[in-house]
Design a protein around this ligand. Structure first.
Ligand SMILES: [Zn+2]
Length: 388
């Protein structure tokens, strides 16, 4: 991968933060090189810190295939980490609503085993050793032998099927975090949740001896809170909650996102908005008809689209034409014919003592106040009715 492109903002410019030679991870194999360049760069637009250049993907594959798997005991020793993770989720969502959970890279299943109450517990786990352990111990977990990147073509029934999709300390290892989160989204049900935990740049800057190694070729991305959240938002996820912490030299960012159907949600929001507008209009028309019925000498002040919409819903008869006069402060409107029938006058011509009531048809509150003030200046005793 020789050309740089920021995974978050697609920017092509970067600044080098650190550059040093390091031991090549497969140096001990015959025919392999001995050293490599470990260089961290920072996107000059959004600040995302990544390793660049990366090793080739087959080099990573060979490295992980040849790396020894950590023991079950080493995971058990860190049980408080799993409990803290569950506690964060407990505080952020209603776990009793979660029907199914899948973890990407669950290893021995320590975290999944904390969720007795969730019906379906699954893992996407490429390592045979972990899968065999779960089988041998008869754990109530279903493991799928894939890497997440291959999941859609292999196990299509898993798509859009989980209420909660979890990846802890995985995202910093993948070449494209954006593609990886897209894959997580593809496993998530509509309105389901995505939990991501990664080492925190904020936490590590304060932590002298973090529990995990933080500058090595395996950590392709160094996430700050902003970078991780920005990544989720750029993929149209909602941010539900987040926490940066440094408890016990374990500097992490925890983020919970929600997968939302933007089209459905915005259609619904717009429909609510439209319903309010229509209901206000209905009340305005009823009020308008009542005022016309109860008064003889009426001034309507303000000839704009709100009045046009009211007129459009009221049958225009001779009684209305006889009882009302239209006025507007805008001199350019004065003398013009409104709604094909009525002439617009200047307020000074119409605001005499015979006026029973002034109707203000505008929706805007500031405009209503301005007109109210002008009415009171011309005729302090006059009754005023706002339609909206
Ligand atoms: Zn960027």
């Amino acid at each position: 991968m020789n050309s740089y492109c920021c995974d978050i903002c697609d920017n092509g410019g970067f600044e080098i933060l650190s550059s040093q030679k390091t031991l090549y991870p497969l140096w001990w194999k015959s025919g392999e090189k001995y050293e490599m360049l470990l260089q961290y760069v920072c996107c000059e637009k959004c600040g995302f810190v990544t390793l660049f250049p990366l090793m080739e993907s087959d080099e990573y594959k060979r490295y992980y295939e040849l790396s020894p798997t950590p023991s079950k005991e080493s995971f058990d020793l860190r049980s408080s980490i799993f409990v803290d993770r569950r506690n964060f989720l407990d505080e952020s969502l209603t776990l009793s609503d979660i029907e199914s959970i899948v973890e990407i890279g669950p290893a021995y299943g320590n975290f999944l085993m904390l969720f007795d109450d969730i019906k379906i517990r699954a893992g996407i786990e490429p390592s045979q050793k972990y899968r065999e352990y779960v089988k041998k111990e008869n754990l109530p977990l279903t493991y799928y032998p894939y890497v997440l990147e291959d999941i859609s073509s292999n196990v299509s029934h898993l798509l859009n099927s989980f209420s909660l999709v979890v990846a802890s300390h995985v995202l910093e290892h993948v070449p494209s975090p954006k593609l990886f989160i897209e894959k997580m989204i593809s496993l998530t049900k509509e309105d389901g949740y995505i939990y991501i935990e990664v080492p925190s740049l904020e936490g590590m800057s304060e932590c002298e001896e973090p529990l995990f190694q933080n500058l090595f070729f395996g950590h392709l991305s160094q996430f700050s809170e902003y970078s991780l959240i920005q990544l989720g938002i750029s993929l149209s996820l909602d941010l539900v909650s987040k926490k940066v912490e440094n408890k016990g030299n374990y500097p992490v960012i925890r983020v919970l996102f929600q997968k939302v159907n933007r089209v459905k949600r915005n259609k619904c929001l717009f429909q609510n908005h439209l319903n309010h507008i229509n209901s206000n209009m209905k009340s305005a028309v009823i009020k308008f008809k009542k005022i016309i019925k109860e008064n003889d000498n009426i001034v309507i002040w303000g000839c704009g689209d709100d009045l046009y919409t009211v007129f459009a819903q009221v049958e225009q008869d001779n009684e209305i034409a006889r009882k009302i006069k239209l006025v507007d402060l805008n001199k350019k409107k004065q003398g013009k014919v409104f709604y094909n029938k009525m002439k617009i006058n200047s307020p000074n011509e119409c605001m005499d003592d015979s006026v029973d009531v002034v109707i203000i048809p505008s929706r805007g509150k500031i405009l209503q106040e301005n007109i109210r003030h002008s009415v009171q200046t011309l005729n302090g005793e006059c009754k005023i009715e706002c339609l909206f």
